[in-house]
Design a binder for this molecule. Structure first.
Ligand code: PLP
Ligand code: TYF
Length: 396
């Protein structure tokens, strides 16, 4: 093969990581990639994960192939988290769930399945959205467009614009929605606004694809799944991708899932058979370790309680950092009101800083955020926050 094309573009976020790693500045702070770090700036290894892995090491098992759809106990645990273990969809067996290679894998398995099901459908993602949404659905063969989401002037969601776009979409359009903790803006829609989104999806015959990458980072595990309950209550069939990368701090194990809520069990069985074909023809079956850890934690009442406690601590620490950020920016001399930071939720803050300001932060201070002004609040800690605030104050 002779390859004559140019280099492909770097992922804007992962590319920033490479730049950060190469930066010799000892004071550098990485607020670029969406990763949770503890107050010592370390990637946590959760105690619940450590305990599950310890038990696994004590009773080592051989490594045969997993079933194509993954570990049964894992898929059952995902259904419980997404829909509620005692919920009607789970009890009636009308959810088809497959283990996937991270949340990204869940999105891709869903996208490939949808391409077979409805090849001419358009995909709508939020403006802005997680960068990979556009590329992933485009590479799955879809035309990808956006619905309005962020309103910079209002520092919030342009909900009228979003709703109008959904109401103008053709039947069958696939709408990618952030179930909670919107990436990159940090602004979620309210419960009442979700009701209107659900009504529009139903009235227009759209296909909702909820991306749940941050369950537990907003208000709580159950609370963050509330939008899903609304789609269920409306009697809709829809897709949900799950990621445990952040909530278990298992980024590199690639643990995620795809769930498709169907009309009945018989339909769910047929959908599952098609999802298995997508998986078989891509990577045959998923890896064992990450799924086994998550299944062990979620299936053991003590470890599960420990996980909920640890996830709660991550959530609370991020909120503390938001409060401190507002306080310390003010103390550092920033005149404009930055209190909008505490009305945002999840791991990110759209800071409102311009591209020029973000570039200066990076080049002059070694403080890395994306050109769009997104900062990962979950990477702030009691040691770096003063430096970050002083740096921001100098570029504002
Ligand atoms: N969806 C969103 C909105 C994300 O922010 C992420 C982050 O990584 C993902 C999906 C992908 O998750 P994973 O790393 O598990 O593939
Ligand atoms: O938005 C983020 O920073 C995370 C991590 O291609 C990420 O979701 C970023 C880019 C990417 C994969 C993961």
């Amino acid at each position: 093969m002779v390859y004559r094309r140019r280099n492909g573009p770097r992922d804007p976020i992962l590319g920033l990581n490479e730049q950060f790693n190469a930066d010799p500045n000892p004071a550098k702070v990485n607020l670029g990639v969406g990763v949770y770090f503890d107050d010592n700036g370390k990637l946590p290894l959760l105690a619940c994960v450590r305990a599950a892995e310890h038990a696994m090491m004590e009773a080592p098992t051989a490594r045969g192939y997993l079933p194509i759809d993954g570990i049964a106990a894992y898929d059952a645990a995902v259904k419980g988290l997404v829909f509620g273990a005692d919920s009607e969809p789970v009890k009636s067996g009308r959810v088809a769930t497959v283990q996937a290679i991270g949340g990204t894998g869940g999105l891709k398995v869903g996208a490939d399945f949808l391409k077979h099901l409805n090849p001419n459908a358009k995909v709508l993602i939020s403006d802005p959205s997680w960068e990979n949404h556009r590329a992933l659905f485009t590479n799955a063969g879809f035309l990808v467009e956006t619905y309005p989401y962020y309103d910079a002037a209002k520092r919030g969601v342009n909900f009228e614009g979003m709703l109008a776009a959904l109401n103008a979409a053709a039947a069958g359009t696939i709408v990618v929605l952030h179930a909670c903790c919107h990436n990159p803006t940090g602004y979620d829609i309210t419960a009442a606004q979700w009701d209107q989104v659900v009504a529009a999806v139903k009235a227009r015959g759209l296909t909702a694809f909820l991306d749940m990458a941050y369950q537990g980072f907003g208000h709580g595990i159950r609370e963050d799944g509330a939008a899903i309950g609304k789609f269920v209550a409306a009697g809709l069939s829809f897709f949900v991708s799950t990621s445990f990368s952040k909530s278990f701090s298992l980024y590199g194990e690639r643990v995620g899932a795809l769930s498709v809520l169907c009309e009945n069990k018989e339909e769910a069985d047929r959908v599952l058979s098609q999802l298995k074909i997508v998986i078989r023809t891509n990577y045959s079956n998923p890896p064992i370790h990450g799924g086994a850890v998550v299944a062990a934690v979620l299936g053991n009442p003590e470890l599960r309680a420990l996980w909920e406690k640890e996830l709660g601590e991550m959530r609370v620490r991020i909120k503390q950092m938001r409060n401190l950020l507002v306080e310390k920016l003010k103390a550092a001399g920033v005149k404009q009101d930055m209190s909008f930071i505490t009305s945002q939720i999840g791991m990110f803050s759209y800071s409102g800083l311009s591209k020029d300001q973000m570039v200066r932060l990076r080049n002059e201070f070694g403080v890395y955020g994306t050109d769009t002004g997104r900062m990962c609040v979950a990477a702030l800690n009691s040691k770096n926050i003063d430096y970050v605030c002083a740096s921001i104050a100098k570029v504002i």
